[in-house]
Design a protein around this ligand. Structure first.
Ligand code: SF4
Ligand code: SF4
Length: 446
């Protein structure tokens, strides 16, 4: 039986070295080397904990060559939670050996909302100048990891949260209130996702509350061993989200959802045991607030499936053609949404949904994996593009912003056969809804 990714950590000695996790691991499938397998990483961690192996650049490299996708956790019959083991080991490696300047800069940015905002503003200016001044052949040469810089999405003109009211009324009779955790990607890059989220939730009769003081969920910080910074972000988010009475907390990204649902309660438990500076009472109060948030957190696609009978589509919506879906790892492994999304896509009257052969395979985005290990990420993407072309899709849906960057960034937009639009499923659904009088026209964005 598979282990849910949010199950408690079982001791490493439980690993029976059966190898079932190898077939599930996207990195192992590309490299086919034992040292790139989840099983090998666990044995190295065991040796490190038993003091028979020291920190080294090679050990850090092996531990980091992992997408933190959680597929090994789901495949393991012995109940090992590799995810938590790898997270702890990353923290130890960074403490012993430090991080690269690029990753240190990313940690610095994500640790404060004001820095993310300034960084996004500067990056947007840079994007405009690069596009204006750089000839195409040159712009295509410069890549961030496996993605040409030119193919990165346009950053939002203004942060999404600054363009909407904190409380948005429902269309029609109010059914309840929902808090929307937008995440950084929607706030700074994919405003189309935010607009569609609000459009769908208000269409369903919910008041939408968007706390302005929310910040990065902290998962990218945790993945890079910056746990102190992640704890600060977690406390800010628990305070921001917990300040509103609501019937649910909605995420458009299941990685943010995994932070709210699984990581915050786990992180607090760890901190509680090792923090001499704060009282036990402080941590217990925080743990109770985090648990309330975890219990109320839903990913948007499961929420839509649960409310699909209340969606009213515009009957004049034309057929949008062949649609493929890429299932992000956290959607599959933390929220188990793949069967729900497949059934939803099959039922939408205005699309022809055809699953690709590797719909449930990782794309290699993995937070910063595409930047740190571009050659592995490229091999994964090449395979995915081959399969999406095989079903002749004109729209490729995915509900993770990093996957969206990676899929869209690797599509050759100059080639007719590869001119596939990559969207969050909410945009497709929102565009087809019958619009109420309060709604604006959907935002155009590729
Ligand atoms: S599947 Fe679990 S028990 Fe089997 S080798 Fe992997 S970690 Fe060990
Ligand atoms: S988390 Fe994913 S990439 Fe990392 S070892 Fe497990 S299956 Fe492989």
């Amino acid at each position: 039986m598979s282990t849910p990714i949010n199950s408690p950590v079982k001791p490493l000695k439980n690993c029976g070295k059966c190898g079932l996790c190898l077939a599930a691991c996207p990195v192992y499938k590309v490299l086919k080397e034992e040292q790139a397998s989840p099983r090998a990483r666990l044995q190295l961690i065991k040796a490190f904990e038993n003091n028979t192996l020291e920190s080294s650049a090679l050990l850090k490299e092996i531990i980091s060559k992992c997408l933190m996708c959680g597929s090994c956790v789901v495949a393991c019959p012995s109940g090992i939670n590799h995810y938590e083991q790898f997270m702890d080991m990353r923290e130890k490696m960074v403490k012993d050996l430090g991080e690269t300047p690029a990753i240190r800069s990313l940690i610095y940015l994500l640790a404060r909302e004001s820095r993310i905002r300034r960084g996004a503003g500067l990056a947007r200016l840079g994007q405009r100048w690069v596009q204006k001044l750089t000839p195409t052949w040159l712009a295509n040469k410069y890549c961030l990891g496996n993605i040409p810089l030119k193919q990165f999405p346009q950053l939002n003109l203004l942060p999404f949260r600054k363009t909407v009211a904190t409380t948005i009324p429902p269309q029609g009779i109010k059914k309840g209130s929902l808090v929307y955790f937008t995440g950084c990607a929607t706030n700074y890059m994919y405003a189309d996702t935010g607009i569609s989220m609000v459009g769908i939730l208000t269409h369903l009769g919910y008041e939408v509350i968007i706390p302005q003081d929310q910040t990065c969920c902290g998962i990218p910080l945790m993945f890079h061993g910056a746990v102190d910074e992640a704890v600060k972000n977690m406390i800010l988010n628990i305070t921001a989200l917990g300040a509103h009475e609501c019937d649910g907390i909605l995420v458009d990204c299941t990685t943010c959802g995994a932070a709210l649902k699984d990581e915050y309660p786990a992180l607090i438990k760890k901190r509680m045991a090792n923090d001499p500076q704060k009282s036990l009472e402080y941590w217990e109060k925080l743990a109770s607030a985090a648990q309330k948030i975890a219990d109320k957190t839903f990913d948007i696609l499961s929420f839509i499936v649960a409310h699909k009978q209340d969606l009213v589509f515009d009957k004049t919506t034309p057929n949008l053609g062949n649609i493929a879906y890429h299932a992000p790892c956290h959607s599959r492994n933390n929220f188990n949404t793949l069967p729900l999304v497949q059934s939803l896509l099959r039922e939408l009257p205005f699309i022809n949904y055809t699953p690709t052969l590797d719909e449930a395979e990782c794309c290699g985005g993995g937070g910063t994996f595409f930047y740190e290990h571009p050659e592995i990420a490229k091999k994964m993407m090449d395979k995915k593009i081959h399969h999406v072309k095989a079903v002749k899709a004109n729209i490729w849906l995915t509900d993770c912003p990093v996957c969206r960057i990676n899929l869209a960034g690797n599509i050759d937009k100059t080639s007719e056969t590869e001119a596939i639009q990559v969207l969050h499923p909410v945009t497709l659904i929102h565009d087809a809804l019958k619009k109420g009088p309060l709604e604006k026209e959907p935002l155009e964005k590729s």
